[in-house]
Design a protein around this ligand. Structure first.
Ligand code: PEP
Ligand code: MN
Length: 360
């Protein structure tokens, strides 16, 4: 393990570091004249890294080395996570698309059929919506889950939907192929603990003010809890400018692909906050190495119950899928597409070029 020591570290702080090294059985070696870089030799353990991070004199753990946590890449190959027909990681790229929120049954079915016909292997859509204001539309709750169950059955598409409260995990689990943990809940540890006990995959979104390290530690709660099907989602972090809703951290995507074996996907919609930039950000995310996309799509963006400004049209989704296909071909990855006919129920999936509503 490599530690960066604060320039303000006092002798007492350094004594505490030496004491902890003795306690955990590490040998400490100072690497530079200023004593700002130290190397710890010895048997690592996942829990040790946090013990050192808690010390006042430690600015950063630069390289956890042997003391790797469960998310750490180490020499592990990519973990591939399947969500219904969708697969993320290990050279597989999939697209999840759908409305911000579950709307009425017909509209939600219409969107699901349309996104599936254009290459999405999973549908996103929140029945429980985490909104910044308590006065905004909060989602349709359990009624929305019933609609998602119909969509799953009739359209034959995997469902990814958000869970906000540990008390709803069981109900959501009955219809979801993967749980979504939203940005505002990335550090809801009670929720993470509950989802750690589940067997279904968890799509964990980065908190909009969370560091990459905090993001990985939130994932660690799920892994440590016993759920190894975790997909990380970069969805933009808060910046100082307001021309986009958030700043898509493409560097974090590239870094995460090196730092962890977990799949990483990108949500260009909440990063951009405006439909006209979504396609470019989706492209950037995939080019940085993302294993998939989570995109807000609506057949009538102007009528969306929430986040209409960032919802792309079906025509624009076709562009996103075409880009994904080209980028996957470029670096030898597979763009996973839905099986040609729905596995269940009605087969009335419109062909992309015959659906006039596709053009917004
Ligand atoms: C969403 O996916 O609709 C959502 C609320 O996203 P986030 O948690 O990233 O804001
Ligand atoms: Mn949204």
């Amino acid at each position: 393990m490599l530690l960066q020591i604060r320039s303000s570290a006092t002798q007492a702080d350094r004594d505490a570091l030496h004491q902890l090294c003795r306690e955990l059985g590490y040998e400490l070696r100072t690497l530079d004249a200023a004593g700002r870089l130290v190397e710890l030799g010895g048997e690592g353990a996942p829990a040790h890294r946090s013990r050192f991070e808690d010390l006042r004199c430690v600015q950063r753990v630069l390289d956890a080395g042997e003391a790797g946590e469960l998310h750490a890449r180490g020499d592990r190959p990519d973990t591939q996570v399947a969500v219904g027909d969708a697969r993320f990681g290990g050279g597989a790229v999939s697209i999840l698309a759908g409305p911000c929120a579950v709307e009425d049954r017909e509209r939600t079915l219409e969107i699901a059929r349309a996104v599936r016909a254009r290459g999405a292997t999973g549908m996103r859509g929140g029945a429980f919506k985490p909104r910044t204001s308590p006065y905004s539309f909060q989602g349709s709750g359990r009624a929305g889950l019933d609609i998602l169950a119909t969509v799953r059955e009739d359209v034959g598409i995997a469902i990814v939907t958000e869970v906000l409260d540990p008390r709803d995990v069981e109900a959501v689990s009955r219809v979801a192929d993967a749980f979504q943990v939203g940005s505002r809940n990335m550090q809801n540890f009670a929720l993470l603990r509950e989802l750690g006990r589940q067997r279904k995959p968890v799509l964990l979104k980065r908190g909009f003010s969370a560091t990459v390290r905090e993001f990985l530690l939130a994932a660690e709660f799920l892994l440590d809890g016993g759920n190894d099907r975790v997909v990380l989602c970069e969805r933009g972090i808060r910046g100082f400018d307001d021309f986009t809703r958030n700043v898509l951290d493409v560097g974090a995507v590239a870094h995460l692909k090196r730092a962890t074996h977990l799949p990483v996907i990108v949500d260009p919609s909440h990063a951009a906050g405006r439909a006209d930039l979504v396609r470019a950000l989706a492209r950037a995310g995939l080019a940085a190495g993302a294993d998939g996309l989570l995109v807000e799509v609506h057949t009538r963006p102007d009528e969306a119950h929430s986040d209409g400004a960032q919802a792309i049209s079906l025509k624009e989704l076709e562009g996103v899928v075409a880009d994904a296909r080209a980028l996957c071909a470029l670096d030898g990855r597979e763009l996973v597409l839905p099986p040609s006919a729905p596995t269940n129920g009605r087969a009335d999936v419109p062909a992309p070029d015959t659906d006039k509503e596709a053009v917004a």
